[in-house]
Write a protein that binds this ligand. Structure first.
Ligand code: ATP
Ligand code: MG
Ligand code: MG
Ligand code: MG
Length: 469
């Protein structure tokens, strides 16, 4: 069996031996895009190369890029623990052509790697193309010899990528793996496509058009290639398991959390162990890349993920802080590929422990309040937004944690009510400040705080650089 570390190596070696420069993963905080909260795809560090703002000495590159999808359009936070294929932190393997090779060679490379180098069974693979992309359709027939029934035309934006309203854009072609009819789900484009039977492993983006103000205005002089494959998903396929959480890396992390809590990852506890293992990775990697927990912006996303994991540790009955004690297992699994993890280990452990000590002070009281507030509620009920706000304001419960806590009971949360309570508190703080007789120009600080807060916020709700690979 190939380990996940070996599969990453094998991917990079394949493309390096085909003339691609192997590039280190960029940090999770984008240095070239203030509108994006975290790097969420392999192409993000190369954006300026694709738009022509930057040039590189070599026209081909390959990387395994650290990605976080825990906010904005690409928010997989709520999927974690519940689907077989989503993480908040994952690695995206990619090969890139900056105006060099195009569709034919991109498809040839992908198909050769999957079916020759890695010898995956051809009959389990199927692909999608954008509905108007006859060229890609014909190339899949010619290169892979796939029957037409396994080249599915997709008419939605899912299969058309754009960098934003302006700049390069083009059709995608995605490769799916059929994990077998014992698993619920249907092929892409079918009503059951959200199931986990057919899992998307690789997205090939063919950048060929130029957009201005959301309209295609012409062809790119030099079409480019951007691809993204989830390392954990291809590991699952190659290790003969269906579920990402059953690959070697996750097995080791889940075993460590089972060992420390004394609770097996079965039944109701399964999701908790998965959430803990996943969130351990995202929080540790974010800390290693310099993000610190705080009450706004990136730091708040980090804190939300941490607290969510900490509630699950509490659910498993952990009497003491747990997360920091799992860091050695993570460093053992991933420290070689990502030396920054080992370097930051003391910082990661101290920060996780401090946060967990702090949050545990209010966690059980908050959960008690939540239990009381929902004691009479059945499935389909809705928690008032004010209660969710109180949990946030008094007990430090991020909104999504409350939602996650009620999910298994089928109770939702009134988000509008929560937002309204939040807005009301902000207005009250402003009024109190005015009433205090302080100079009126102090108001400017509220304006700045709100504006800055908003800037950070649009950061992770922005669609810039998203909707792609
Ligand atoms: P899905 O439809 O399964 O959510 P996606 O279409 O959002 O995936 P892309 O944006 O096309 O994913 O990203 C390229 C590849 O990265 C995917 O084909 C998949 O292998 C991987 N990937 C995407 N999101 C995740 C995630 N949350 N966890 C693990 N791997 C992911
Ligand atoms: Mg997705
Ligand atoms: Mg998809
Ligand atoms: Mg995709």
């Amino acid at each position: 069996m190939q380990t996940t570390n070996e599969i990453r190596r094998s991917f990079l070696d394949y493309f390096a031996s085909n003339g691609h420069e192997a590039v280190q993963s960029a940090p999770l905080v984008p240095y070239n895009d203030p509108t994006l909260m975290f790097v969420n795809a392999g192409m993000v560090p190369f954006k300026n190369v694709f738009t022509g703002l930057e040039t590189r000495a070599t026209p081909r590159a390959t990387s395994s890029q650290k990605c976080v999808r825990a906010g904005g359009k690409h928010n997989d936070l709520d999927n974690v623990g519940y689907t077989a294929r989503h993480h908040t932190f994952f690695e995206m393997l990619g090969n890139f052509s900056f105006g060099d090779y195009f569709k034919e060679q991109a498809i040839t490379h992908a198909w050769t790697l999957l079916t020759k180098e890695w010898a995956l069974p051809v009959e389990k693979l199927l692909v999608t193309v954008y509905h108007t992309d006859d060229e890609a359709f014909d190339l899949w027939k010619k290169i892979a010899g796939l029957p037409e029934s396994k080249i599915i035309r997709i008419p939605t934006k899912d299969n058309f990528w754009a960098m934003g309203d302006d700049g390069p854009c083009g059709p995608c072609s995605e490769i799916f793996y059929d994990h077998g009819d014992h698993i619920w789900g249907g092929p892409p484009g079918s009503p059951e496509e959200d199931g986990d039977r057919f899992i998307e492993i690789w997205n090939l983006v063919f950048m060929q058009f130029e957009q201005a103000a959301g309209e295609i205005v012409g062809n790119l002089p030099k079409p480019s290639i951007d691809t993204g494959m989830g390392l954990e998903r291809i590991s699952a396929v190659m290790q003969g398991v269906h579920d990402n959480y059953d690959i070697d890396t996750f097995k080791a992390l889940i075993a460590a959390s089972e060992h420390l809590t004394g609770v097996a990852a079965e039944g109701e506890s399964r999701a908790s162990h998965r959430v803990i293992a996943d969130h351990l990775r995202s929080t540790s990697f974010l800390l290693a890349d310099g993000v610190l927990p705080s009450n706004e912006g990136r730091g708040y996303v980090l804190r939300r993920i941490m607290r969510r994991a900490m509630r699950h540790a509490h659910l498993l009955g952990a009497k003491d802080p747990l997360m920091h004690r799992l860091v050695p297992a993570l460093v053992a699994e991933m420290g070689q590929a990502y030396p920054e993890l080992g370097r930051a280990q003391p910082l990661i452990e101290e920060t996780l422990e401090r946060e967990e000590v702090q949050f545990r002070r209010t966690l059980s009281n908050g959960l008690k309040l939540l239990d009381e507030a929902t004691a009479e509620m059945g499935e389909g009920a809705r928690l008032p937004g004010e209660t969710a706000f109180k949990l946030y304001d008094t007990y430090g419960f991020p909104y999504d944690l409350t939602e996650d806590a009620l999910r298994s009971r089928g109770i939702s949360v009134d988000k509008d009510g929560f937002d309204a309570a939040m807005a009301q508190q902000k207005a009250a703080a402003r009024a109190a400040w005015k009433g205090s007789g302080q100079a009126a120009d102090n108001e400017v600080w509220f304006d700045i705080a709100e504006r800055e807060g908003a800037t950070e916020f649009t950061g992770y709700t922005s669609t810039s650089g998203e909707g792609r690979v």
